[in-house]
Design a protein around this ligand. Sequence first.
Ligand code: SF4
Length: 324
Amino acid sequence: MQPVKLRSHGKAGRSTIKESWMEEAAYEAHRLAATTHPPDVRAALNKALERESKELPRFVMKAIVENSMVAEEDQRPICADVGVLRFFVVAGNEASMEGGFVALERAVRRATVRVTRDLALRSNRVHPVNRRNPGNNLGVFSPNIDYRFEPDADWIELIAVHKGGAFGSDFRMMVDGDGLNGVRKGLVDAIAEFGRRGLTCPPVIIGVGVGGTKDQAFSIAKQAAVLRPIGDRHPEPEIAALEDELFDLANSFGLGAMGYPGTGGYALDVHVEIAYTHSALTPLGVHQLCQAARRGVVRVHPDGSIETRPAPSWFSEFFRRAGI
Ligand code: SF4
């Protein structure tokens, strides 16, 4: 699927991205995330259905695929649990925004309130202590926004992620001697703990973060699960080979949709991200993104044109600091 231009203002030469355009883009990114599976996810779900031969998981997979199509047609949420609404922003280093990043954050918050109301999204964000619910998915640190910057670009890319799957995340500190077996064991333990009981709503996309600092291992694992398209492989051949191996491993237990014994497969894909780490220790993070793998990607250009994109451009050589 190619990028789709939603509109073109045709004002060549304009150089500042307006706050209202950012709000329009944030709204569209939210709408897509809530209602429309990305093309890579839809294709992978269809393949999982084709592979499934056992009656019960096939029945479930069929319902998942039909639900995906109905949600898009009717513009309704893919899952009643809308997950946790959040944003990732790729900001071009040459982009100029009316009101700067503060205006962008205002635009994102306004769009979040509007889309919650317009699509009747459940307000999932509550105060963690007194459980007060503002009713609009806003709150302290909500929606959270993560940024990265792209050299030689004058656009802003807004990526809405509605992350479900309360279960399925795991963290552990490995020692040097654990090596790759420690990574394999971490993945298997996470699947045994949550996946085989259906708590992750499989089939899932698994993100594995190896190395860095503790918080980094956890966050790159999350980003690997939610921001890399299915089929994408890490640029380092050794890590790409590990992704293939872990994908086979995750699908070697005879689990299908919702954790039922089946032939359709447990994982739609496994993505591994690495970060250089302490010489004696290696943190490991594992994240599982449920079948309601929801992301919407919209890019705003300084001429006012806005386009939807099939996949985020979050991971890049610059972001991984590989070529600096
Ligand atoms: S884990 Fe995903 S599919 Fe399951 S209830 Fe939550 S959002 Fe819905």
